[in-house]
Design a protein around this ligand. Structure first.
Ligand code: ZN
Length: 358
């Protein structure tokens, strides 16, 4: 993919300017990758209107040169205290933002002490959500990669639908899915596959276990593939043999809530209002207390990112956002049903990206 790094940096600097901040220290891994193209697992970016610097150690310098040609490379060695003062003294700025939700408290204290000792005029200002809100608006190339990742997960869901048998363990089913996705071209999968059968299906984030899948019980399967760093997210709920009355009622309620949400959610709606829309359908079905998580979340370089669709979320849904719509009903002891698709907002309305059959 041709990365629009200069474009992203420019939008970031504009966003910081609105907060009266002259530069930012980036440490969060997905933000670092998004803003530079550098895929290594250690390093910092320092970005101002004039400078774009990537500081990383000798394990990554060759990779950094080829993946982040828009950045000036600073080869670091040893503790941050040894290179950070020099790096920031050359910037000629007074207010440097840092990602307070990612920098550890101890690390912040070290930086603070270093600056104090050197009588630096530079102030560290906590800044959060600026890069995340840029990442929430996907470029066409990013949507293309996520569509490919969704296609792999769709095919894997079709595959496991054929393969599921009474007596197969959740772990066996999860491995069958993972193997399939890797063979179909997925990179290392973005999150652990969920296969929750019977009473385990009542746990929204059940880890696959040695439990053997039985007849006439719900089986929640939640999977994602990854292409060039971009993930997908998809859930279906199956039942082997004849479903009981509860399954039929719960399944229809969840599907009804999901379809209503996909049809009605529009540009400009808040994540809270979108959530309420699906929640109302589930409440009317009599299961209001059993939908314990939010309706959905953004997907991209991270498996969960902005926007958040959930109770009281102020996030405004906008064109070019990619997120999930995943209502669920969970009944302790019985199990649960979740149906999840990935959608993109286009011309004010949602278009479904994932296409696995229901
Ligand atoms: Zn999800």
């Amino acid at each position: 993919m041709k990365l629009k790094i200069k474009d992203r940096i420019q939008r970031l600097v504009e966003g910081l300017g609105e907060k009266d901040i002259e530069g930012i220290l980036i440490s969060q891994p997905e933000n670092r990758r998004y803003l530079s193209g550098f895929e290594g697992s250690a390093g910092f970016l320092v970005i101002t209107a004039k400078d774009s610097i990537l500081a990383t150690d000798s394990r990554y310098t060759i990779q950094a040169q080829s993946q982040a040609p828009d950045y000036k490379l600073l080869a670091t060695s040893g503790e941050m205290g040894q290179w950070f003062p020099e790096l920031v003294s050359g910037l000629g700025i007074k207010r440097l933002g840092f990602e307070s939700e990612h920098i550890a408290f101890a690390q912040h204290r070290r930086l603070y002490d270093i600056l104090n000792k050197g009588n630096s005029q530079l102030r560290l200002i906590p800044v959060d959500g600026v890069v995340e809100s840029l990442r929430a608006l996907k470029e066409p190339e990013e949507i293309e990669l996520m569509t490919r990742a969704a296609g792999i997960a769709d095919a894997a869901m079709g595959h496991i639908r054929q393969k599921l048998r009474v007596g197969m363990t959740e772990l066996e089913a999860a491995w069958e899915i993972e193997k399939f996705m890797r063979e179909e071209g997925s990179q290392a999968i973005p999150f652990e596959i969920i296969v929750g059968s019977g009473s385990n299906a009542a746990l929204p984030h059940a880890s696959p276990s040695e439990r053997a899948i039985g007849e006439s019980e719900p089986i929640v399967v939640d999977i994602g593939a990854r292409v060039e760093g971009y993930g997908s997210d998809l859930s279906r709920t199956f039942c082997l043999g004849a479903p009981d009355e509860t399954f039929k009622k719960v399944y229809d309620t969840v599907l009804g809530a999901q379809k209503a949400a996909i049809a009605i959610i529009k540009e400009g709606m808040s994540g809270g209002d979108a959530d309420q829309l699906a929640r109302t359908v589930i409440e009317e079905g009599g299961y209001g207390q059993a939908f314990g998580h939010g309706l959905g979340h953004g997907v991209g370089l991270a498996p969960h990112e902005s926007p958040r669709l959930g109770p009281n979320s102020p996030d405004k849904l906008a064109d070019s956002m990619v997120f999930t719509i995943e209502p669920g009903i969970y009944l302790e002891g019985w199990g649960g049903v979740r149906i999840e698709d990935m959608v993109v907002m286009e011309r004010g309305k949602l278009r479904q990206i994932s296409q696995a059959e229901n």
